[in-house]
Structure formats: C-alpha cells, structure tokens
Write a protein that binds this ligand. Structure first.
Ligand code: TYD
Length: 203
C-alpha cells in the first residue's frame, strides 16, 4: 500500500503520519516513511535549495522542476523498490502538493503540473491520499516557521493552495478529506478507520 498525507504547512500531517505508522507497527507492518522534497541524496540537496532559510529567488517553473526532480528520484529509487518488496510506504506530501502549491498557488498551468507529475511519478498514485484541511489562519498559528514563508508568498497564496487542495481531493481516486481542526487522537482514529480494512488479518 502507498499512502500520502497532504495539507498546508502546519495542518498536522506529520503528527498523523507518525500515529498511523505506530498503528501499523502494532499490526506487524513496518512502513517505509518518506517526506517530500527529500528522501534521497539528490533530493536532500534539492530540499536545501528549495527550503533553505535564505530562500533563493527562482521562477515558479524552476521551483516546479526542482520538486519534480526530487519526486522522480524518490519514486524510482525508494518508493517503487519498497512497494515491489511488499512494503507499505507512507509519504508526507506527494504529487498533489505540486498541483496545489505550484499550480493553484503560483498559478502555473494545471495541465503542465499534471503532466510533470505523471513524468516524475511514472504514473504511480497513492491508493489513499488524506487531505488534512485547516483554515490558513489556523495553520499560521500552529506553525511559526510558516510565518516566514507567508511573508514571502502572502496569505492569498496559501488561500489559493487550500482551495486547490479542496478542489482536487474530491477528484482523485482514494482521496479522503479530513477536518484538520479536530483533536489529534480523534483524527488519528478517523485516519485508522480508512486504513484498518486494508490491513490483512493474519490467518
Ligand atoms: P516542509 O518543511 O517539509 O513543510 P511541512 O513539514 O509543513 O510539510 O516543507 C515543504 C514545503 O514545500 C511546504 O511549504 C510545501 C512545499 N512544497 C511545494 O510547494 N510543492 C511540492 O511539490 C512539495 C512536495 C512541497
């Protein structure tokens, strides 16, 4: 199984990913956990270029291509081999992030982003994608570091990203919209309620 968690910075997806991994381990499944951008030697270098505090100025297309390069490397060298070996893979962000941030947020052509997503993933899609939806102000309050990025990109940018996520999550196969404002343990129960049926009961 390949499962993705998505949402605005500060939506709580990293916490939910850890909780889900813990539940899986209790069922005897040791998931491979990855995060985008990054997760490979090249990807980690790209992550520094993209997210370093002194963010380099770049065009939206350059930004998209860097995220896609990181995704391609991660997909080919980590995710596909893990899935082929029968492992579960949990990812903190995947191709939907590029559609939301670079497509809806930065205003790049959505078809172009979809096409590059297809190229980078080789058509691999998570079976389940959870969107933890929170209002932009809530994400802002939760995550101090997001303030710097908001100052760079503006609150409207994050509003567009959120709208993009909400539009797309209902269209993708296996998309699940969750209220990220719910308390942590209730939310992890909800996540688990979607995943538990997918865990094979040992005979
Ligand atoms: P990160 O520090 O991992 O944020 P978080 O832990 O909140 O998810 O940084 C990821 C940042 O990169 C986040 O601001 C979203 C952005 N991003 C894109 O703009 N496009 C993408 O395709 C991906 C994967 C991430």
């Amino acid at each position: 199984m390949f499962i993705a968690l998505e949402g605005l910075d500060g939506c709580g997806k990293s916490t939910q990913l850890r909780a889900l991994a813990q539940r899986l381990r209790q069922c005897g499944i040791d998931p491979v956990i990855v995060q985008e951008p990054g997760g490979t030697p090249v990807g980690e270098k790209i992550r520094v270029i993209l997210l370093h505090q002194e963010k380099l100025k770049m065009t939206p297309l350059t930004e998209l291509l860097l995220y896609e390069a990181s995704r391609s490397e991660l997909t080919e060298t980590v995710i596909r081999p893990a899935l082929a070996a029968g492992r579960w893979v949990l990812t903190d962000r995947y191709a939907l992030s590029s559609l939301a941030y670079q497509g809806y947020g930065r205003g790049l052509d959505l078809e172009l982003v979809r096409e590059l997503n297809r190229l980078a993933t080789g058509g691999l899609n998570p079976q389940v994608t959870f969107l933890l939806d929170v209002p932009v102000e809530v994400a802002l309050r939760r995550k101090g570091s997001m303030r710097d990025r908001v100052e760079e990109s503006g609150v409207e940018f994050y509003e567009r990203v959120r709208r993009g996520y909400l539009t797309e999550i209902s269209r993708i196969a296996g998309g699940v919209l969750l209220d990220g404002q719910k308390e942590i343990s209730g939310l992890s129960e909800e996540v688990w309620s979607y995943i538990r049926p997918l865990v094979a009961v040992p005979s």
